[in-house]
Design a protein around this ligand. Structure first.
Ligand SMILES: Nc1nc2c(ncn2[C@@H]2O[C@H](COP(=O)(O)OP(=O)(O)OP(=O)(O)O)[C@@H](O)[C@H]2O)c(=O)[nH]1
Ligand SMILES: [Mg+2]
Length: 269
């Protein structure tokens, strides 16, 4: 009987050692594999495997998905803009403000007209002693109107309150007595020639037109000698009465236009 003893080399042992892990263990049942060839030491990375060209269908799909994303982005911007327009409206632009002086004999209707323009009741209107100021709102402007009382003892102080005015409202009673009409004419002429008012726009309201004795606008224009006296000035003469506030508002709109035009004149910029 032949026994192989001790350290005798066993065929295939070298192969088994090469396949063993760091601990030298060998998985049971695994077949021995040949060692991989040594990697050549080089600085160049190994060449990348050649990539296959994307198919035309794939390119079409990519283009379509880009188009869809772009469409979504445009829609999102559109919806956001609409939402902002509907829900997040900013404050309206500030309205221009003008300081005006309102004069005319007592009883001509200054307080009554201004109260109606401010949506206040013209009932219980009392004669103005001294002056009163009202902010009269219009769509595109606010008029800060200083009304000066028209009684005899107040009229002599009118000119003290002219400073800073940007326009003048003169109210007259179209149905007044001849004497009162003459007084009104003298007061209007003084105002038209006053250094602080002579360059300003004038709105002349021939009020009390609802009364049978009221003079027409043509009569008043002639009697007040407006054509020769106010030539070259900005003046507007309009008939009106408390009954027809739409006509009064239209007259004020013309005055506001005149104030705006004056604002835009190059000499004032
Ligand atoms: N029939 C008629 N009455 C008016 C008209 N306008 C004003 N009145 C009346 O005239 C009276 C005098 O009106 P006021 O508004 O106080 O006149 P005023 O110009 O402010 O007078 P003073 O403040 O004293 O300068 C009131 O009784 C008004 O009701 C009008 O167009 N027609
Ligand atoms: Mg008054």
């Amino acid at each position: 009987m032949v026994t192989r003893g001790g350290n005798a080399p066993v065929p295939g042992a070298a192969v088994l050692r090469a396949a063993a892990g760091p601990g030298g263990s060998v998985r049971a049942g695994t077949a021995p594999e040949p060692a991989p060839p040594p990697v050549p030491h080089s600085r160049c990375p190994p060449p990348a495997p050649a990539r296959a060209e994307p198919s035309p269908q794939y390119m079409d799909y990519l283009r379509m998905s880009e188009c869809i994303q772009l469409s979504f982005a445009v829609c999102r911007i559109g919806i956001y803009t609409c939402f902002r327009g509907l829900c997040c409206k900013g404050p309206p632009p500030p309205r221009a403000e003008y300081d005006l002086v309102c004069i005319g004999l007592t009883g001509s209707g200054k307080t009554s007209l201004l109260s109606r323009l401010c949506s206040e009741s013209p009932e219980n209107v009392v004669s103005t002693t001294g002056f009163s100021i009202k902010a009269v709102p219009f769509q595109n402007a606010i008029l800060n109107v200083k009304e000066l009382g028209g009684a005899d003892n107040i009229r002599k102080y009118w000119s003290r309150y002219y400073q800073g005015s940007q326009g003048v409202i003169f109210v007259l009673d179209s149905a007044s007595s001849e004497d009162d009409l003459e007084t009104a004419r003298n007061e209007l002429h003084s105002a038209l020639q006053h250094p602080q008012l002579c360059t300003l726009p004038f709105l002349i309201l021939a009020n009390h037109q609802d009364k049978p004795a009221a003079r027409s606008v043509q009569e008043i224009k002639k009697y007040f000698e407006l054509e020769p006296l106010a030539r070259g000035k900005r003046w507007i003469l309009k008939p009106c009465s408390l009954d027809d506030m739409e006509a009064v508002k239209d007259s004020f709109t013309l005055l506001i236009n005149s104030l705006e035009e004056r604002d835009l004149e190059p000499s004032r910029m």
